[in-house]
Design a protein around this ligand. Structure first.
Ligand SMILES: CC(C)(COP(=O)(O)OP(=O)(O)OC[C@H]1O[C@@H](n2cnc3c(N)ncnc32)[C@H](O)[C@@H]1OP(=O)(O)O)[C@@H](O)C(=O)NCCC(=O)NCCS
Length: 180
């Protein structure tokens, strides 16, 4: 049975002890190490905020995500295609960046990643300031890119233009317009 957003319990990283964090592994060392070694400092110094996700019946974290404020520069064609019913001389979209997202290896491919993204949409929709898009620097691997596409992200044209000279960039800037 797929994991649903209503199954998720979230705790801010400052409310989770190190022993519990040590029980997390997603199959990508860099992301496991970030959670254990860096996430608290990033959080304490206003760089990114980290939320740890649990599912009922499991003491170890089921996943985690980190996010921060962001802005997305619009290409000329994107500005033209904004579709706003009024003139708005803007060249940036207000955004939130999903800087990290990982689910426990043993729980992958059961809908947990999608449920966490849905949870994040809900959190971002509730803040008392405007957020037009969610962004992510997705690891440039077919499985990861396919995951973000399935949950509604598309590659940013501005991001692609910036990296056009790199043959295989490590990450791909993807965006999800929350008003489409
Ligand atoms: C990328 C990642 C977050 C996805 O999380 P996840 O929990 O596996 O996500 P989901 O289960 O919602 O979706 C994954 C796949 O499982 C499939 N799936 C979902 N529910 C399923 C179910 N009940 N039965 C079978 N397959 C299912 C989905 O179709 C999806 O396939 P696709 O992405 O190829 O389209 C996770 O694989 C991960 O943490 N990877 C390591 C860290 C990483 O690379 N993070 C990304 C950094 S940008």
């Amino acid at each position: 049975m797929a994991i649903e957003v209503t199954d998720l319990v979230i705790r801010h990283i400052r409310d989770v002890d190190d022993e519990t964090l040590k029980g997390f592994t997603c199959g990508r060392d860099q992301l496991d190490e970030f959670l254990l070694e860096d996430a608290r400092d990033y959080d304490a110094h206003g760089i990114t905020s980290t939320v740890v996700v649990f599912v009922p019946g499991r003491v170890e974290p089921a996943g985690y995500f980190s996010f921060s404020a962001d802005s997305v520069r619009l290409t000329e064609s994107e500005e033209f295609e904004l579709g706003l019913p009024f003139d708005a001389p803007i060249s940036y979209y207000p955004a939130v960046k999903l800087t990290k997202l990982a689910t426990a290896s043993v729980l992958q491919s059961q809908g947990l990643g999608e449920a966490i993204v849905e949870l994040i949409f809900g959190l971002v929709a509730d803040v008392p300031f405007a957020v037009r898009v969610l962004t992510v620097d997705a690891v440039n691997q077919p499985k990861v890119l396919a995951f973000y596409e399935r949950v509604g992200f598309v590659e940013s044209l501005a991001g692609r233009r910036e990296k056009k000279d790199q043959r295989a960039p490590a990450t791909v800037l993807m965006v999800r317009d929350l008003y489409l």
